[in-house]
Design a protein around this ligand. Sequence first.
Ligand SMILES: Cc1ncc(COP(=O)(O)O)c(C=O)c1O
Length: 340
Amino acid sequence: MTVSADLLHHGDSDVVVGLVDLAVNVRSGGTPQWLLDRINQTDLSRYPDQRAALAAVASRHSRDIGEVLLTAGAAEAFVLLARALTPRKVAVIHPQFTEPEAALRAAGHPVHRVVLPFPFQLDPALVPEDADLVFLGNPTNPTSVAHARDAVTALIRPGRLVVVDEAFTDCLPGEPESLAAIDDLAGLIVIRSLTKSWALAGLRIGYLLAEATLVRRLATAQPLWPVSSPALTACVATAGAHALAEVDAWARRLAGQREVLCSALADVAGLRVVAPSCASFVLIQTDRPDLRMQLQRKGFAVRRGETFPGLDAGWIRVAVRDEIVSASFSAAIRMVLADG
Ligand SMILES: Cc1ncc(COP(=O)(O)O)c(C=O)c1O
């Protein structure tokens, strides 16, 4: 099955050298130095041994080791699920990150799109009753909406598997909507990534949490040594108490910066911001399909919206950065919209 170019478009393609990057949604400021130092100490002469990383991730989410499958980023988890599962009807809740649908289509699964209307809150009743595999993101890229845990668990049914991509869940201090530590994982797969909150996009490390039987089945679809030793080191390092406190502090700072950006944009005429925003980006709508290009002329690269099912060229996604960047960005967008 062919996969459209739109589904394969990602924010890094919207980055323009020399412009302020508001297109990519990975934590700004780079990987923390202490984490780089830990990763750099990894012994590369041996084959990867997952035991410590599995134990660290399991303990971080109060799970059994058998419920954890380490993957080369969330992206590998999507592909594994698409290749290993044999659903009768797959529903993908949009707008959301397009890679799950791309992986499903590439593996030959027809996809039923559930497109949430503005303001993009999850309504479980919109998902067809006969869907036996359902994908959603929480908080969702690109809407920045966090769905209540209860709305997500309301999707679970006998005979159905719900896959929730929590790549951005640690943007919310205390992860209130995360299902990673839910008592019973029956009917649920939780996908996590170290990419966003630790700025480790190049390392390729994430994991999924699922019932042990399912984890074992998915593991057989992985190649030998699917996760590199440096990535395993990062798993151990970011699961400890020190790291969890640091990510919590980062999420609190991010919340403050997001508040600054959203209030700077709140009174701009002709612009609508999806609220409440809960991740490291905000989604904006105007009636100006040329907005992204006009912003480039003012020095800002933003993520285009039209490649996300359910959005069009009037939408852009803007990364949350520091107060100074947000002030100059809101001044630029104000100018563009005022110029008409
Ligand atoms: C919602 C979401 N999930 C997953 C990913 C991919 O994560 P990873 O780098 O762990 O493959 C992205 C990347 O943009 C994303 O936006």
